[in-house]
Write a protein that binds this ligand. Structure first.
Ligand code: ADP
Ligand code: MG
Length: 621
């Protein structure tokens, strides 16, 4: 058959127009798209060859090669995957089959307000598959032969990215597809090994096939002329060629998990814990989540995005996918690899996706259970002080939730005798990890009380405070409850700017006298966060600095009577004080809460606390 010229489907023409007439914030994604197509083609071959091993012909090793020709100004991405027949080239490269891309197109065209450059940015984020090649190329040649067809049934497809494309039959002995980009004048930067390697490392490192490039070597120039890098005939693999999180947990050593963590987090310290799971069910994904040992300098910036990278079927989609975790878990690092999301998913679409909500919920439960696991290993009293060593396994115990749909990738936990022991030696004492975590991230976790109502109870259990019985932040609500006095009906706490201020507050006097423990809260977020927690496990929380502290059954009859009598006999004095302070105090009353001090300030039950008022004042409110 001779050469034929065909028109693109209307939507493709429209898309191409956008691609070629918009500015790009993120040009380089074309390479990610083309490499991912090459990888898909290899996956398809692998799948079809399950029934027809002959499809492998004489080339069973699937791979992707990236080459360029400076003189011709071309960049070529080749694979030995399934390939395209002539009809497939016409159908698949001339129409948009994918519903996701179609949706995207209709969104774009319905939004008439978007300027060309905004559209360009959008496309940069979405990626538009094969057509993204036209971001950098003014002509694309595709040569291909489908696996199983004779060499004479190869196809050449050529287009300049305007209304039409040409197809003709060619001879092509090798199976698979080569996509050659004839680069635009402003796309010279891609004729450079170093640049290409960088892009591949950034987006395609974890493609499970080897991506090969020609090795370069330094060649001295002749007499006095400078030398240059020249391409050799040797090939090297420029990606890691295996996605760590896709491998079974039992094949991975803790060192590998730790290395991977360092690579994705840019943190030099090993993480405190990690959890690696394949989640199956209506939404399928793999999660590999890490709890760092150290807070980054910008932890307090609530706009800071969560450190979880999103992949779709091993292809990198985006860093800091904030939709995958709530803000109060923004310290978590890791990777989520979804089997269900489209490759061209955007941040905007992520927010709306049901799959993403399921992933976010699964991640949240997983992180909370990792933390519960660390907290359970914490030394609580002298009798549990053995510091059981359980290294080599960073994974948490499965979360004890009824909706659990997790199958562990691994079946076994490594034990303390593996060589992994050394790798995690720094944190040999599991029982110290939670305190370390809490010192770094406890205050962030507290934000969850106000942010995540569905897990409020679990978050509350993870909180630790200093108290009148402990100077360090080590008292949980449960510890507190277990020490409550006979007849005590509330969990008492006080908020203050410093531990010393809290401890010396006159409001504590009566509690001290009666030997009642009071939690001392000195984190900036405490006031706000505790406002969302009215009770813990059935016991109300009560600020000792608010309202008339009712000690309830803790007060004996004689004390109550004395208080009532005092209130009566001091009435005239109270009236005079009230009058004198009428601009400053709302009420003046006799109290039983003081022992040594003559007077103290309190706020009304539902008023803003003095501590919060001070904070707001500081913030200029
Ligand atoms: P997607 O990859 O999401 O399907 P693309 O626009 O990236 O969309 O590619 C369109 C289609 O072109 C693919 O579905 C596939 O059928 C075909 N295709 C693209 N690149 C290759 C390749 N290297 N080998 C075989 N087929 C390819
Ligand atoms: Mg694609």
């Amino acid at each position: 058959m001779s050469k034929q010229t065909l028109s693109f489907q209307a939507e493709v023409a429209q898309l191409l127009h956008l691609v070629t007439h918009s500015l790009y914030s993120n040009k380089e994604i074309f390479l990610r798209e083309l490499v991912s197509n090459a990888s898909d083609a290899c996956d398809k071959l692998r799948f079809e060859a399950l029934d027809q091993p002959a499809l492998y012909e004489d080339a069973p090793n699937l791979e992707v090669r990236v080459t360029f020709d400076k003189a011709a100004r071309t960049l070529t991405i080749s694979d030995n995957g399934i390939g395209l027949s002539e009809q497939e080239a016409i159908d698949n490269l001339g129409t948009i089959a994918k519903s996701g891309t179609k949706d995207f197109m209709s969104r774009l065209s319905s939004d008439q307000k978007a300027t060309a450059s905004q559209q360009g940015q959008l496309i940069g984020q979405f990626g538009v598959g094969f057509y993204s090649g036209f971001i950098v190329a003014d002509r694309i040649t595709v040569e291909s032969r489908r696996a199983g067809l004779p060499a004479s049934e190869g196809v050449r497809w050529v287009s300049a990215g305007s209304g039409d494309f040409e197809v003709e039959r060619i001879d092509r002995p090798q199976r698979g597809t080569s996509v050659t980009l004839h680069l635009r004048a402003d796309a010279d930067e891609y004729l450079n090994t170093w640049k290409l390697k960088g892009i591949i490392a950034k987006y395609s490192d974890h493609i499970s096939l080897p991506i090969l490039m020609r090795k370069e070597e330094w060649k001295e120039g002749e007499e006095g002329k400078g030398g240059d890098m020249v391409l050799t005939d040797e090939w090297e693999t420029v990606n890691q060629a295996s996605a760590l999180w896709t491998r079974p947990k039992k094949d991975l050593a803790p060192e590998q998990y730790i290395e991977f963590y360092k690579q994705i987090s840019h943190d030099s310290e090993p993480p405190l814990a990690w959890s690696h799971n394949r989640v199956e069910g209506s939404t399928e994904y793999t999660q590999l989540l890490y709890i760092p040992a150290k807070a980054p300098f910008d932890l307090w910036n609530r706009d800071k995005k969560a450190g979880v990278k999103l992949y779709v079927k091993r292809v990198f989609i985006m860093d800091e996918a904030e939709a995958l975790l709530p803000a109060y878990l923004r310290f978590v690092k890791g990777v989520v690899d979804s089997a269900d999301l489209p490759l061209n998913v955007s941040r905007e679409l992520l927010q709306e996706s049901r799959d993403v909500r399921a992933i976010r919920d699964g991640n949240t439960r997983r992180v909370l259970s990792m933390l519960e696991d660390l907290a359970n290993k914490q030394k609580t009293g002298p009798e549990s002080g053995e510091g059981k060593i359980d290294i080599g396994s960073g994974e948490a115990v499965p979360a004890p939730t009824p909706t659990q749909d997790v199958t562990d990738v691994a079946d076994k936990r490594a034990d303390a005798t593996t060589p992994a022991a050394e790798a995690a030696a720094e944190y040999a004492d599991e029982s110290e990890k939670y305190a370390r975590f809490y010192a770094e991230f406890g205050a962030v976790l507290k934000e969850g009380l106000g942010e995540d109502f569905s897990h409020r109870e679990r978050i509350a259990r993870l909180l630790r405070f200093a108290s009148t019985a402990s100077d360090t932040a080590s008292v949980s609500f449960a510890d507190y409850k277990s020490r409550m006095k006979e007849g005590q009906e509330a969990i008492y706490y006080i908020t203050a700017e410093t531990l010393a201020a809290a401890k010396n507050s006159p409001q504590l006097e009566v509690f001290r006298k009666k030997g009642i423990e009071v939690l001392l809260m000195t984190d900036r977020v405490d006031e706000w966060a505790l406002g969302y927690l009215n009770e813990f496990d059935g016991t109300p929380l009560q600020s000792v600095a608010k309202g008339a502290v009712d000690l309830g059954r803790l007060q004996d009859e004689a004390e109550k009577k004395a208080a009532e009598e005092a209130a009566e006999s001091f009435k005239p004095l109270l009236a005079r004080l009230k009058d004198a302070l009428k601009d400053k105090a709302e009420d003046v009353r006799v109290t039983t809460r003081l022992v040594d001090s003559p007077a103290c300030l309190v706020v009304q039950e539902h008023g803003m606390s003095t501590q919060l008022a001070r904070l707001l004042k500081q913030a200029g409110q």
